[in-house]
Every structure is written in C-alpha cells, then in structure tokens.
Design a protein around this ligand. Structure first.
Ligand SMILES: Cc1cc2nc3c(=O)[nH]c(=O)nc-3n(C[C@H](O)[C@H](O)[C@H](O)COP(=O)(O)OP(=O)(O)OC[C@H]3O[C@@H](n4cnc5c(N)ncnc54)[C@H](O)[C@@H]3O)c2cc1C
Length: 448
C-alpha cells in the first residue's frame, strides 16, 4: 500500500493519524493483551462517524485493508491491521438511554462501563462479565453474559445498527433495512462493516440477587454436579457463571457467581443450596440494582497489559466425566493467575430459533473459556501457559461440541470457528461477498 494514503487520511479525518512506532505505542494503550504483536501502517483516530466513512472511503481508493479497535479485548489483537490501517474508535463512546422506549443507543467504540455509567437503577442490558469489553465487539460475536437465560444473547437485543460499508457508504441494518446484513451482524459480524452506532433493547429489572461463593478445589467436583442439577431445575431467572481462579485469602479454587432475577424467596433458596455446599464460603451476597453486579474485583482478575493467551470449548453438559477432566485441568494449572470460566447458556438464549441470527449454537451448553496469564517478558511462564492450554484442548476436545466461541478462539483454531457456524457459513459467505467483495475488513477469524 503506498505511503501516500497518509496524506488524504490526515486531510479528511478529524482525529490524529499516527504511523510507525507512534501508532504502535498509541494502540498499545488500548489493548488488553500486553504481549500481543502490534504493527500497522497507520492508526487513525476517529472522532465522528464521518471520520469512519472518510477513512474507509480512502482505504477503498487505495485498496487497503481496514480493522477496527473498540474495547481492545480481542486477545489476539485482531483489532490491529498489520497490512493496512487501523481505525481507532475509542473516542466514539457516547451512550444514551431512552426510558420511554426502553432502548439504549451507543456509539461504535463504547465499552460496557460507558453503558453502566448511564443505566437507570431499574433497567438492565445484556452484556458480558467484564466492564471494559467493547459493546460492539461483544455483540457482533454473540455476547455471553449473566442475563442470557432471561433475555438472550447481547446480539439478540440488538435492534438497529448504523454501519459503514467497505466502500465508505453509511447504511442501516435492522429487521426492515438490509435484513441479510442484520442477520450476519448478530453473531458472526466482525468482518462485514464497521458499526458506528447501534440501538439495543433494555429491560425493566428490579433488584437482583448477586452472589459469589468460593469452593476449595478439593470440593469442586461435587459442587459442579450440584450446579448442573440446580440449573436443570431453575427457570430462566437463574444463571451461574463459574470460574476456577485465585481469590485473595482463599487460594485457587472454584468461584460460583449465581445471579437471580426473580422472586426473593426462590433466589434465597438457590443461594442457600450453593452456600451449604461442602467447604463453601460466601464472599458476596447482596440484592442490588443490576448495574452494581459489575464490581472492581471482577475486573481486577484480568488487568490490562499482562501477557495473555485464551482458548474456548463448547460443553453440552457438566457430566461427571466433563467435571472430572475440568477439575483436573484446573489442578494442573501452572499458575494461580490462570483461569477456567464457564458461562451457562440456556433459557431465552437457547429458545431463539437457530436460523434467526448468525449465532447458530442455540441449545443448552456451557461456553468454557481458558485464560493463561503471565508477566510480560516472562517467556518461561508464557511457555507453561501455552502448554497448559494445549493440554486442556487435547483432553477436552473429545468432550466438546462443535468447536468453541469464535470471539475467543485463536488464530490456530479456524477449523473450530467454522465448526461453530456449521451450515451458516454458506449464507455468511454470500453476504460477505455482497457487502465486502474485496475483503476490506479482513480480521482473521478464519471464516472467509
Ligand atoms: C477479559 C475478557 C472478558 C470477556 N468477557 C466476555 C463475556 O463475558 N462474554 C463474551 O461474549 N465475550 C467476552 N469476551 C470476549 C469479547 O467479547 C471479544 O474478545 C470481543 O471481540 C471484544 O470486543 P472489543 O471491542 O473489546 O475488542 P477489540 O479487540 O477492539 O475488537 C475485537 C474485534 O471486533 C471488531 N470490532 C470492534 N468494534 C467494532 C465495530 N464497531 N465495528 C465492527 N467491528 C468491530 C474488531 O475489528 C476486532 O476484530 C471477553 C474477553 C476478555 C479479554
């Protein structure tokens, strides 16, 4: 790509255009993974949606690839375009709530925390478990979180998106306008267009029961069996995010994070079952407004700038075999900074028809995510983390269903990303050709 692209970019984009070391240094400040390689021809700061349009139009004139940085939480740094230009949307982060219509409007670079900052006490929106993740990145990949069983995936709550296409034109994608693109954006949508703003459904919600229960590793097997039993019995009002992780003053063990959004007595009943598990310590228990389930201690488990590697598996059920293998993997973790998480997916999210969105995995399952973490520069720790993740893959693959969550799969797992989408790949390919024939948006998810 000729360097002369920098001139029109500087002229027609109102934000700063950086190149070389300056670009890398600046983008690094927005990336979660401190060990990710960063190289890009230009980092283009977009302050308005028109900046995005202009930058993409210029990229189109120069036949350049384009990627987008939102919340910067893709661990492989797919937000950074190595052989093209990187549009930095971090300043496009306004959010607004319309109480009458029960909707949330966001700009394309908003993160979950931006939404929490404007969310009324009696309303909820569907997001993941971490407040610093980008809302667009989360939604375009699906969006697992603690309210999936009540209200669906984050992608299911998307109502309308304004996007910039590969030629720089601006269109709306919704159920009524460009419905094929709207379908693709909900679950497989990171390489079709750039989302500059979007509207989501909000949900009225009274106080929820938010808890964290620590279980020592030695008791984790029995506890996870009970978790599966409880989830089988409880309706949509309960979710139980679980994580093998280190907890101050407790050590490395299993943390169960039930969230109950229904009648008080029944919520207390389920929490009672979990808190009476052998060895259980209740770390947190409170009836809070939904916004307050996000607390600093959760975010602190994954600080920015550390070295990270992740992997993902879809687990149909916590069978005794799956539980034994998972607990053994946790026990073998070479570092207490590592983590194995289980998002439960059921209820409303599982009832959405398979063909309704590009997220075809519409049956009860657990999205298992593995995180290896190390101090940047500690190649010995990095190597151990990589080996641990590879070991988990070897022992869990035979027990997994159709790959893993593509948003979290690495660059060596394209076969598993394709397995996840299954027959939807064909339709996605047709839509990709229609909206981005030249593959302007080419972040490497291995689908096209
Ligand atoms: C600590 C942590 C916690 C997580 N928790 C959850 C969770 O609870 N639930 C869950 O489902 N996932 C979770 N994830 C995965 C996360 O949803 C994905 O990594 C997501 O892609 C991150 O989006 P981002 O904007 O933060 O990342 P970025 O790295 O900025 O972007 C990721 C990808 O999305 C594309 N993208 C971003 N913004 C736009 C846009 N406006 N238009 C078009 N493309 C865009 C980028 O080009 C890039 O390919 C988590 C990840 C981490 C690291």
């Amino acid at each position: 790509m000729p360097h002369s692209i920098l001139e029109p970019l500087a002229k027609y984009v109102s934000g700063t255009v950086r190149t070389g070391e300056g670009a890398a240094r600046n983008l690094r400040t927005g990336l979660w993974n401190g060990s990710a390689d960063i190289e890009t021809i230009a980092a283009v700061e977009c302050l308005t949606a028109s900046d995005v349009e202009n930058a993409v139009r210029i990229a189109s004139d120069y036949n350049a690839h384009v990627s987008v940085m939102g919340g910067g939480h893709d661990w492989t740094a797919r937000s950074v375009c190595r052989n093209g230009i990187t549009l930095d949307l971090r300043s496009l982060n306004k959010t607004r709530v319309n109480r009458e219509r029960a909707t949330l409007s966001i700009e394309g670079g908003a993160i979950v925390q931006n939404v929490l900052d404007c969310l009324p006490d009696d309303m909820a929106f569907v997001a993941g478990v971490h407040s610093q993740v980008g809302v667009s990145g989360l939604t375009l990949g699906g969006g697992y979180g603690k309210l999936n069983s009540r209200f669906g995936l984050a992608a299911d709550t998307l109502q309308r998106a304004e996007v910039v296409l590969a030629d720089g034109t601006n269109i709306v994608a919704s159920a009524d306008e460009n419905p094929d693109l709207f379908w693709a954006l909900r679950g497989a949508g990171k390489n079709f267009a750039i989302l500059t703003s979007a509207e989501f459904a909000l949900f009225p919600l009274e106080k929820v029961l938010n808890a964290k229960v620590f279980i020592p590793l030695a008791q984790a097997r029995a506890s996870l069996r009970v978790v599966q039993d409880i989830l089988d019995e409880a309706g949509d009002n309960l979710s139980t995010f679980s994580a093998f992780t280190a907890v101050p003053n407790q050590g490395f063990g299993l943390v169960l994070e039930p969230l109950w959004s229904g009648r008080k007595q029944r919520g207390e009943h389920y929490l009672g079952l979990l808190s009476r598990l052998e060895g259980a310590t209740v770390l947190v228990k409170s009836w809070v407004v939904y916004r307050d389930i996000y607390d600093a201690s959760s975010d602190a488990a994954w600080p920015d700038g550390q070295g990270y590697r992740m992997d993902a598996h879809n687990i149909a059920r916590l069978t005794p075999e799956v539980i034994d293998v998972t607990v053994e993997c946790a026990r073998r973790s070479p570092s207490e900074k590592n983590c194995i998480m289980l998002h439960d997916f059921r209820g409303a999210a599982a009832r959405v028809p398979t063909e309704a969105t590009a997220f075809p995995f519409r049956f009860n399952h657990f999205n298992m995510q593995i995180v290896a973490r190390w101090e940047p520069g500690r190649s010995d720790e990095e190597a151990k983390g990589r080996q641990w993740i590879e070991h988990i893959r070897a022992v869990l693959n035979p027990l997994s269903t159709r790959g893993g969550y593509p948003s979290v799969l690495g660059l060596d797992s394209h076969d598993r990303a394709r397995a996840f989408y299954g027959e939807a790949i064909e339709a996605l390919t047709v839509i990709k050709r229609k909206y981005d024939l030249e593959n302007r948006f080419s972040a490497d998810f291995g689908l096209f």
